[in-house]
Design a binder for this molecule. Structure first.
Ligand code: GRF
Length: 209
């Protein structure tokens, strides 16, 4: 099976990107060919360079609109002929300009058990603050396909953990991140092996042929 070509979009440290890079050869039937960020100084770009992967960034202030920004990004992604786009802590809203060009080829990792604590205002540490404020007993991470909503696309994988009642938001973030670093490469592997099927917005994993 031909290696799938993967682009990873980051805005921050890129530890989820690193989890994919660490596993891409022996584990994932795919290759990260591009790492992109909206933030020039994102450490995720450094991780890409250290791994010998092309790292590019575009500043939103050089564009008139989110749509114009995404049109440029689409051009770049097409240039790299990517099969899969992974949003790994990418903090920009993506517009239909991008989504419609890559239908069911964009996946996102979110640090909660969607649909809980998803959508507007639910990103980074804020997710964990809300989970603790609500007094939840479990939390976890979700990998899902990206659709036109915010964190509303078909769910691919989830995993949960029990919350220690004395945890801070930072403690919870750290514990959930460990789940993310396992779950995201697993979802990318399933995608690259063509094992994911979407029926009525539900994702089914095709068994071993
Ligand atoms: C992760 O918690 C991810 O769930 C969220 O943003 C964070 C990215 O962390 N979308 P990193 O940049 O991959 O370390």
């Amino acid at each position: 099976m031909e290696l799938k070509r993967i682009a990873v979009l980051v805005s921050g440290s890129g530890s989820n990107l690193q989890a994919i890079l660490d596993k891409e050869i022996e584990y994932i039937n795919g290759k990260v060919v591009l790492v992109f960020s909206n933030i020039k100084s994102a450490y995720g770009l450094e991780r890409a360079r250290n791994h010998g992967v092309d790292a590019m960034s575009l500043s939103r202030k050089n564009f008139d609109s989110d749509e114009a920004y995404d049109e440029k990004l689409v051009e770049l992604l097409k240039e790299y002929n990517v099969d899969l786009i992974v949003l790994a802590g990418y903090l920009r809203i993506i517009t239909p300009k991008l989504i419609d060009q890559f239908e069911n080829q964009i996946i996102n990792i979110h640090p909660s058990l969607l649909p809980s604590f998803g959508g507007k205002g639910c990103y980074g540490i804020h997710v964990h603050e809300k989970v603790l404020e609500r007094g939840c007993k479990v939390s976890g991470a979700t990998v899902h396909f990206v659709d036109h909503g915010a964190d509303t696309g078909p769910i691919i994988l989830q995993d949960a953990l029990e919350i220690d009642q004395f945890w801070s938001p930072e403690d919870l973030q750290k514990a959930v991140l460990e789940i993310e670093h396992r779950l995201l490469p697993e979802a990318v592997k399933l995608y690259c092996e063509d094992k994911l099927e979407i029926v009525n917005k539900r994702v089914y994993i095709k068994e071993q042929q």
